[in-house]
Design a binder for this molecule. Structure first.
Ligand code: SAM
Ligand code: SF4
Ligand code: SF4
Ligand code: SF4
Length: 431
């Protein structure tokens, strides 16, 4: 008799434990070392070679396999099953450009305490001329990009921003967004946004001017941003409101979420300040608020399981071009410069080894994660992990995860959601 996991179930080995990824239900089941050893051994040998069916000791292994069967994760076979040809995971295409951020200017009328781009009224490192931005919109579209975001600094301080939007519109981008502090939006701009199907993203740090303006260091900014938000909503322009929590606004989380709910805008828990640019300052770290740490349950699906084994779950297909022409894989990954479009055609940077390395940064390359059984289900933010690392290493593990794959334990006491945690002893499953 033989035992096999279903074709839609994938066994992933960690240093201490393992996991069964059910690509049909999306659940990821943790299993202990003994269970992992048994399932691995079952791939090559008949159960009679592995277990003594009469031994009460080996009964626990059979009970485990029956449990897996009941859960729809595996099956017994009388004869050795032939290797199945139909793969449960789809083929993964090589990454291609999908999304592009254009950081039009490093200047800003605000001067936020935490700004990763270190923008402000006196900041000016803008080197890309207008003609080059226009060309880049076409080049990126030709390379496959279907979504574009104009950002900064403050993108509305860039004098030719309207012409860039018109260009993106005529190049038929599916999604066009401007990420703006919204202090400079006037009625004419709103008519323009509507005409060109522009989406807007903006940021609030509190539901009141005192706290918000103490972060933007621009008196009157809350009133201007809030006035624009109301006008945008009244005009039916798609609007996202972001919020970042740091020490001065750590008690504003509930107020911000309530304000968004009252405005009828999607409510998501705010992000915490990231240690990049002016944000790299321990004094800004909130103590009363933290984002959810990485922990189970993890979920999977055929596409993301296959993709996680060859590409980065978030970075793949994205680039940002800064106002000085640098191409970086994400607006927060300031030090990962993959080329500069002032010296190099965009296509050359897109096909270059540096960007390819970023796009292919799988968890199999990341310290600690490479030995973790959750590595093909767990998400990853490389710039955040890098920023929190004392040596700023690109392949550093995330500080938001307390799992130790070498002991199979979570430091914060999280229990591995397991189907067999205590019943399968570790060690030999060999008769
Ligand atoms: C750099 S701004 C550019 C767009 C516009 N000026 C604004 O503030 O909305 C884009 C977003 O990044 C956020 N941001 C800036 N520095 C950050 C940091 N260190 N950590 C997390 N988010 C940050 C801002 O709060 C804003 O929501
Ligand atoms: S976060 Fe935005 S508004 Fe604030 S300084 Fe940076 S670019 Fe300007
Ligand atoms: S962050 Fe790394 S170690 Fe932690 S659960 Fe995810 S893959 Fe495992
Ligand atoms: S999640 Fe991280 S890697 Fe992805 S876009 Fe955001 S900052 Fe960049």
């Amino acid at each position: 008799m033989y035992y096999r996991l279903q074709n839609y179930c994938k066994l992933v080995e960690g240093a201490k434990r393992g996991a069964i990824y059910n690509l049909q239900t999306g659940k990821v089941h943790s299993i202990n070392q003994g269970a992992l050893g048994l399932l691995t051994a079952c791939r090559a040998k008949a159960l009679e070679e592995l277990l003594d069916f009469k031994s009460p000791q080996d009964q626990i292994f059979l009970d485990f396999l029956h449990r897996l069967t009941e859960m729809g994760l595996g099956s017994f076979f009388i004869n050795q099953p032939s290797p199945t040809k139909k793969e449960a995971t789809p083929p993964v295409n090589p990454p291609k450009l999908e999304f592009i951020w254009l950081e039009l200017t490093s200047s800003c009328n605000n001067q936020c305490l935490h700004c990763y781009a270190t923008s402000g009224p006196t900041s000016c490192s803008d080197l890309v001329d207008h003609k080059r931005w226009l060309e880049l919109i076409t080049e990126a579209r030709t390379a496959g990009a279907s979504a574009i975001q104009l950002i900064g600094g403050e993108p509305l301080l860039y004098r030719g921003w309207r012409e860039l939007i018109e260009k993106a519109y005529h190049e038929k981008y599916d999604f066009i967004e401007i990420f703006t502090n919204a202090t400079l939006i006037n009625d004419d701009d709103i008519t323009f946004f509507k005409h060109y199907n522009v989406n807007i993203a903006t940021t609030i740090y509190a539901d009141n001017a005192a706290v918000h303006d103490s972060i933007t260091l621009n008196e009157g900014s809350f009133t201007k941003t809030f006035t624009a938000i109301n006008k945008l909503l009244a005009s039916g322009i798609p609007l996202r409101i972001a919020s970042i929590i740091m020490k001065p606004n750590e008690y504003e989380v509930e107020h911000i979420m309530k304000l968004c709910a009252n405005l009828g805008v999607e409510v998501t828990p705010p992000d915490v300040v990231r240690p990049t640019g002016r944000g790299e300052d321990d004094a800004l770290l909130p103590t009363a608020y933290a984002k959810q740490p990485i922990k189970p349950p993890f979920y999977t699906d055929p596409i993301s399981f296959a993709k996680a084994q060859c590409q980065h779950s978030c970075l793949s297909g994205k680039i940002a071009i800064t106002a000085s022409g640098d191409v970086i894989p994400c607006i927060f990954a300031r030090s990962e410069i993959c080329g500069n479009i002032l010296q190099t055609p965009l296509a050359e940077v897109l096909n270059g080894p540096l960007l390819s390395d970023c796009w292919h940064t799988t968890k199999d390359k990341i310290e600690k994660c490479q030995h973790c059984e959750y590595r093909y289900a767990c998400t990853d933010c490389r710039p955040l992990a890098q920023g929190s690392d004392t040596k700023k290493r690109w392949l550093a593990c995330s500080s938001e995860c307390s799992y130790n794959p070498y002991t199979g334990e979570w430091k914060d006491g999280t229990l591995c959601e397991t189907i067999v945690n205590s019943i399968i002893p570790s060690g030999s499953t060999q008769k």
